[in-house]
Ligand binder design. Structure first.
Ligand code: GRF
Length: 211
C-alpha cells in the first residue's frame, strides 16, 4: 500500500507499526505527501519506508498535480492507496489508476470537508466519530467501509475532541485496512462487504471499475 499524508501522520504511523507483523498482511511500499514539511515523512523515513513529495504549488493546475501524483504512486505499483490525513482532493488521474480509501473525522455523510470536527462541535451534535470510505471524485462521498462513534463531552473544544477521535480512528484504520488486504472486498453501489466473492486486492482495478 501507499499511504498519503499532509501533516502529523499518526494514522500512517499506526499502519507502519501494524505492518511490522507479517501476519497483518500489509506492506507499506511508500508514504507520499503534498507537503515537504509534513512531519510524518520523517517518521516514515526513520521506519525505513520510502517517501515522496508532490508539492501542489509546483504545478500550474490541479490536473497537472493530479497526473504527477498518479505517476509517483504508480512507481510503487500499490494494490491500495490509503489517504490518512491527506488534505488534498485526489482527481481522475489518481483515482482512474488506483483504488483508494480515506479516513475522515466525522460520521459521514454528516460534516464532510476539511473542518469536520469544528463543524460537528458548532452544530452541537452529542455523537460524532470517524469514517473510513472508498474515495470517489466527490468530497468525502464514496462508499462507506466502517464507522465508529465518539461521544462529544461537555467542555470539548476542537483539539480535545479531535484527539479522542484520532485515538479511535487509528484502531479502526489498522483493523479495516488489514481486513481489506487479507479478505478482499466487494462494492455493490454504496454497500461495501469484506470478502473475495468477486473482487480482491489483486484485482483492484476491476474493483474500481465496479464502483
Ligand atoms: C485525522 O483525524 C484524519 O481523519 C483527518 O486528518 C487527521 C490526520 O491525523 N483526515 P494524522 O496526521 O494521522 O495524525
Amino acid at each position: 500500500m501507499v499511504v498519503l499524508i499532509s501533516g502529523t501522520g499518526s494514522n500512517m504511523a499506526a499502519l507502519v507499526d501494524a505492518a511490522q507483523d507479517p501476519g497483518y498482511g500489509v506492506e507499506i511500499v511508500a508514504v507520499g505527501s503534498d507537503r515537504r514539511s509534513a512531519r510524518g515523512l520523517e517518521l516514515a523515513e526513520r521506519a525505513g519506508v520510502p517517501t515522496f513529495v508532490v508539492p501542489f504549488r509546483d504545478y500550474s493546475d490541479r490536473a497537472e498535480w493530479d497526473a504527477a501524483m498518479a505517476d509517483r504512486i504508480s512507481e510503487y505499483d500499490p494494490d491500495l492507496v490509503v489517504s490518512a490525513g491527506f488534505m488534498r482532493i485526489l482527481g481522475p488521474a489518481v483515482l482512474g489508476r488506483h483504488t483508494a480509501v480515506n479516513i475522515h473525522p466525522a460520521l459521514l455523510p454528516s460534516f464532510p470537508g476539511a473542518h469536520a470536527v469544528r463543524d460537528a462541535l458548532a452544530h452541537g451534535v452529542r455523537i460524532t466519530g470517524t469514517t473510513i470510505h472508498f474515495l470517489d471524485e466527490g468530497v468525502d462521498s464514496g462508499p462507506i467501509i466502517d464507522q465508529v462513534a465518539v461521544p462529544v463531552e461537555d467542555g470539548d473544544d476542537e483539539s480535545s475532541l479531535h484527539e479522542r477521535i484520532k485515538g479511535v480512528e487509528r484502531r479502526m484504520l489498522v483493523d479495516t485496512v488489514g481486513r481489506l488486504a487479507r479478505e478482499g472486498w466487494t462494492v455493490d453501489g454504496r454497500h461495501v462487504r469484506f470478502g473475495r466473492t468477486e473482487h480482491s486486492v489483486t484485482d483492484a482495478t476491476d474493483t474500481k471499475e465496479q464502483r
